[in-house]
Design a binder for this molecule. Structure first.
Ligand code: SF4
Ligand code: F3S
Ligand code: FES
Length: 237
């Protein structure tokens, strides 16, 4: 059985710092399955038109978070957006606010530094349990939404505060702090809230909601940030 294909026009931001003075737009026409995703279109360019196109991707199924990019002006995962659902030419550029290494690949160092700063691991100072640490369904529900983060950076790089100041810890880091702050088994809430009360912490957020719109996992990012702010202000979990 043959699969129906379709043609799509794309314009992709290209930049190779070893030879280009500045980024430029390159136009391509690709032929992929009718239900092809932007990732398939980029693969077509890389495999059949210009092998020098640089992009990150791994799972191709919305799990690894490596292919966040700006598609028609919105941060999206290229593997989750169908070409046929987009206006053409489909405009593809790197996520904003991080240094471009090549084409669609950005340097994620600043992003992961913010993530590491909030101690995104379980801190538990009680003695080693003999069985697992129990938690009620209600206790688990408290932070369920923020467990869904795949660290794609779509939220942080959609935030205008982060564009202007990459010292701002950013929404992804706050989401991952939230995931542990409200975990009943964790003892590190106080130190994380202290970190997030700093000058570059949660109060830099101006509730713009770009982060919530950008999140491919549907996490209520702004709501999580507001919850963290309230815990800092009222010293209450
Ligand atoms: Fe990506 Fe959403 Fe996690 Fe932000 S909160 S890094 S947009 S999955
Ligand atoms: Fe930025 Fe999201 Fe706050 S876009 S300003 S972190 S609500
Ligand atoms: Fe893994 Fe898209 S390639 S999320």
């Amino acid at each position: 059985m043959s699969t129906a294909t379709a043609q799509f026009d794309l314009t992709v931001q290209r930049f190779d710092p070893s030879k280009d003075e500045k980024p430029y737009w390159a136009d391509y026409t690709v032929e992929v399955e009718e239900s092809g995703r932007v990732l398939d279109a980029l693969h077509y360019i890389k495999w059949y038109i210009d092998g020098s196109l640089a992009l990150r991707r791994s799972c191709a199924h919305g799990i690894c978070g490596s292919d966040a990019m700006m598609i028609n002006g919105h941060n999206r995962l290229a593997c989750k957006v169908l070409c046929r659902d987009l206006d053409q030419p489909i405009k593809v550029e790197p996520i904003q606010g991080l240094k471009v290494e090549k084409d669609l690949i950005v340097d994620m160092e600043t992003f992961f530094a913010g993530y590491a700063a909030v101690k995104p691991w379980l801190i538990n100072r009680s003695s080693e349990p003999t069985t697992e640490r129990l938690q009620s369904p209600e206790q688990r529900e408290r932070y369920d939404d923020t467990t869904k983060c795949i660290l794609c950076a779509a939220c942080t790089t959609a935030c205008p505060i982060f564009w202007g100041d990459d010292e701002y810890i950013g929404p992804a880091a706050i989401v991952n702090a939230h995931r542990f702050i409200y975990d009943s088994r964790d003892d590190g809430a106080h130190e994380r809230l202290e970190i997030l009360s700093s000058r570059e912490g949660a109060f830099r957020c101006r509730t713009t909601f770009n982060c919530t719109d950008a999140c491919p996992r549907g996490i209520k990012v702004t709501e999580a940030i507001q919850e963290v702010k309230r815990s800092i202000l009222y010293k209450k979990l």
